[in-house]
Every structure is written in C-alpha cells, then in structure tokens.
Write a protein that binds this ligand. Structure first.
Ligand SMILES: [Zn+2]
Ligand SMILES: [Zn+2]
Length: 362
C-alpha cells in the first residue's frame, strides 16, 4: 500500500515526535496491519527514558516503538497469500518476537533466543503508528469474542504464562508477587487458576490503590514495604510472611518489576526449596546481592523468565476462555497523538494506573 501514515518516532531519551512517514512496504513474508490497540509496556517506558537501549543495530533511534498490538489485515505478502493464511479484514494479534525458524536456537525451541529475531517496536518499526508490517509467522487470528483492546494484552500475558510455568507451582503453594502493576494482576490471576494456595502481593511507595486492585484479582494478602503511612505497611516482610505461613515463608516468588531490591527481597522471603523467578527488565548496571549460605542450604532455585517462547497458544486460549480477566486491568486509553503523555504518566504518577493503551483506530 503506497502512501503516508502518522507515526510516533522515537529518536533519543525523552525525544519522540509525531510525524508523517511512508507506510511500510510489504515483502513476500509480511502482512500489513492497520493498528487498533497498542499497550504501553514497561520496556517502552525504559526505552523512552533511555534506561535501556532499543534493539536496533546501534541501540538507538529513530524507531517507532510499541509491540503489544492488535489490528486488521490490510495487505498480504506473496507467501502467506499462497498459503491461504490471511485476507484483508482479518482481525489479528501480533506476536512481536518473530523468530526465523532456521537457526539452531529455533530448532531447540529457544525461539526467543533466535539468532535472526525480528521484533516490531524493538528492532524494527512498531505499532505507535497507523500501520505496521509483521512477518506472517508472528500473526494470530483474534478469537471472535476477544476485543481489540483485550487482544492487545496477549503479548504481556504470554510472558506471564511463560513466567508462571517457570514457577512450577505445586497445588496449594504460597506465592509472593512483587509489583502490583498490570503484570502482577495477571500473575495473581494465573497463579490462582493453576493451583496456588494463597497469593501475597507486595508493593512500595504509593502503590496502595494498585495493591487494593490486586485483592479483586485474588490476592489474599497485600503489603507495602516502604510507605510508613500505608495501612498495608510492614517494616519486616519476612517476619510478616513467616507469621502467615507458620514459619515456612513463601514457596514461590516472582518479581514483575525492574526494581532490583524487590528481586533481592523475593529471594530473602522464600523458604526451603523455594523457586524465585526474575521477571522485570533490569537496568543496565544492576547486580544482585544474595546471601550465599542460606541460598545454598535452603536449596533454593533462581530462574529467569525472558519473553514468551512457546506460550502464545496457551495465552490466546486463556484469554478467550476468560481464565484471566484483562479488561479491568486497562486503566487508560489515549489517542496516538498523546503517546508521550501516556508514557510520562506511567513513569511519573503510576499510583492509579495499571495498563494504558493507545487506541490508534476504532
Ligand atoms: Zn511488552
Ligand atoms: Zn531462529
């Protein structure tokens, strides 16, 4: 499709401009998508503020960010056309982590560590724009009962599916989740639906409103570990969890936050044979400090959960079946023109926000 489109072009830290740029060209293996809803991810915020480099060859802009999106197919490349996969008008959700299926990591199922990754919104232009191209292998049809807004939760929720698998929850396990954001809300729900016993949701600073939302999603306990005026404040989380669990502490812990201190605390408050999953994207110079002796003699395990390999089928089904409620996690919807404003709000005043989306078209 020839012509121009509006796009939010990211240049460098805190520099993003709404511009008219050419509609991207569709190669043989691509599909052109007219963007509907795009979620703002924690990583978009990190990129915008220059806290972590974007995925381009130089680590710098210009690039159009935005990778959590749904849309409508408008043009189909030769290969998917020959295969009869898509036609204009199809409602789709895009898995932005697009692997090549032709390298050794791909052959081992490590599709997220593919040597030729193509990631709209991270390595190539993404979805804070009117149109975006996706490789045909990254597309999925949106179930009929899933709205464009709900569908745009599939990418973050697929990461949640992958992370909760890594937690290896046993029936009845006590799970501690650090970070009452959109991810924490989805994790709370999924932990419960895969058999966790009690879930404790832990926040800091002015997180109280978000912690209270967590109760609606199934958290049995909520704690604020830094704000002394909070009614959920605990000066000693380990002791509080010890009291609740009869001294056993948490069986599992996960930290959907980029705060390094939260991850260290997650390790501290797990009990014997605890499994701790690292989830939030760290800053470039973060280092963990973990007491080695107790880690060893309590036989704990630390795992990371990076991206969402082999998790999309499960994520789409779980959203379609209503196993996770995503609509109530959406706390704001902005037009494309206000993308920067929305990113800044999430960074500077997230107290009453969970997920914010950009609705590019209806
Ligand atoms: Zn994301
Ligand atoms: Zn590959």
């Amino acid at each position: 499709m020839k012509g121009k489109m509006k796009a939010q072009v990211f240049y460098a830290a805190e520099k993003m401009k709404l511009e008219e740029i050419p509609i991207p060209e569709v190669t043989d293996i691509d599909v052109l998508v007219k963007i509907k809803n795009v979620g703002i991810c924690g990583s978009d915020i990190s990129y915008y503020y220059g806290l972590s480099p974007v995925g381009t060859a130089t680590g710098k802009g210009p690039i159009v960010l935005g990778h959590e999106f749904t849309g409508e197919v408008v043009e189909v490349g030769k290969v998917p056309q020959a295969m009869g996969l898509y036609k204009p008008g199809d409602r789709v959700v895009v898995n932005p982590v697009q692997n090549c299926n032709a390298c050794l990591p791909c052959a081992k199922g490590q599709t997220h560590l593919c040597e030729n990754l193509n990631v709209p919104g991270v390595t190539v232009n993404g979805a804070f724009a009117e149109y975006c191209v996706s490789r045909y292998t990254g597309l999925f049809k949106l179930p009929g009962n899933v709205s464009y807004a709900s569908g745009a939760f599939t990418e973050p929720f697929a990461c949640v599916v992958n992370a909760i698998r890594k937690l290896d929850i046993e029936p009845g396990d006590f799970v501690a989740i650090f970070g009452p954001g959109a991810m924490g809300m989805m994790m709370t729900q999924l932990c419960k639906s895969v058999g966790a016993g009690k879930v404790a949701l832990i926040g800091a600073a002015n997180d109280d409103w978000r912690l209270e939302q967590g109760k609606k999603f199934g958290a049995a306990y909520i704690f604020n570990v830094t704000e002394k005026n909070s009614k959920y404040y605990t000066p000693d989380l380990k002791k509080s969890l010890s009291d609740i669990t009869g001294g056993h502490l948490a069986d599992r812990a996960i930290a959907p936050t980029s705060a390094n201190a939260a991850f260290e605390q997650a390790v501290e408050i797990t009990g014997n044979c605890g499994i701790i999953v690292h989830f939030g994207l760290p800053n470039g110079d973060d280092v963990f400090k973990i007491p080695a002796l107790s880690f060893h003699t309590m036989d704990k395990q630390i795992r990371s959960a990076w991206l969402a390999p082999l998790s999309w089928g499960t994520a789409i089904k779980a959203i379609e079946e209503g196993l996770v409620k995503v609509e109530p996690i959406l706390t704001g919807t902005y037009p494309l023109e206000k993308t920067e404003e929305a990113i800044k709000l999430l960074k500077t005043n997230p107290g009453k926000q969970l997920k914010i989306q950009i609705q590019v078209s209806k």
